[in-house]
Design a protein around this ligand. Structure first.
Ligand SMILES: [Ca+2]
Ligand SMILES: [Ca+2]
Length: 208
């Protein structure tokens, strides 16, 4: 008995062949380096290091406030996270927030349209790694500066910044791990999904 029609297998093969093999922007900090991330120029009194362990898992980016008062602390993403991000559906990351250190766990992107802010909210359980996600869609972001559109900025991102600590208190630490851009599903992947659904539907029809 032939469970799946030959035509479906044919399109399944095409879908597999079209699946992307391109490395996607990802910072897991597991090589114990900062992987190109830097402390922003305005982050007075902070240091940024990689402890090499206690991340989620492995190494992570650790921001430490070394001085009472001063500014909030933020870090900037390396070039792999910049440029045309229109092929990505979302930005995801893991956050380790100390108690009361974050007024808002903000992320900003800047580009030709201006600077846009995403507030990912307070950590519900400080000192525990917390998964965060920001859809790369205009309604999810607030315009902080500039007069252009979110889409104009998304097409040419010149800065991606994580505000990790805004309490300005000495001794507080915050962590960042597994920063990743999640792509919009490729046509090949959509074709695969369509084939899988069609095959399931065909099997159900045969089974009924
Ligand atoms: Ca890690
Ligand atoms: Ca401080």
């Amino acid at each position: 008995m032939q469970l799946i029609p030959r035509t479906l297998l044919f399109y399944l093969a095409i879908g597999l062949a079209a699946a992307p093999a391109v490395a996607l922007p990802l910072s897991d900090f597991d090589d114990a380096t900062l992987q190109g991330w830097t402390l922003s120029a305005g982050s007075t009194g902070f240091t940024v290091t990689n402890p090499g362990n206690a991340g989620n898992p492995g190494g992570y980016l650790l921001l430490t406030d070394t001085a009472a008062g001063g500014s909030g602390g933020s870090v900037l993403a390396p070039a792999a996270f910049l440029g045309d991000l229109t092929r990505f559906a979302s930005l995801t990351w893991d956050l380790l927030a100390p108690a009361a250190a974050l007024a808002d766990a903000q992320v900003t992107i800047s580009g030709p349209g201006g600077t846009f802010t995403f507030n990912s909210g307070l950590a519900p359980n400080p000192a525990v790694w917390d998964a965060r996600s920001a859809p790369l869609l205009a309604p999810a972001w607030n315009q902080f500066s500039g007069t252009g559109t979110f889409d104009q900025t998304l097409a040419n991102v010149t800065s991606l910044r994580f505000f990790l600590e805004v309490a300005q208190s000495q001794g507080l630490e915050a962590g960042l791990d597994n920063v990743e851009l999640i792509p919009v599903p490729e046509p090949g992947a959509l074709l695969l999904l369509g084939c899988a659904l069609a095959a399931r539907s065909a099997l159900r029809t045969r089974g009924s």
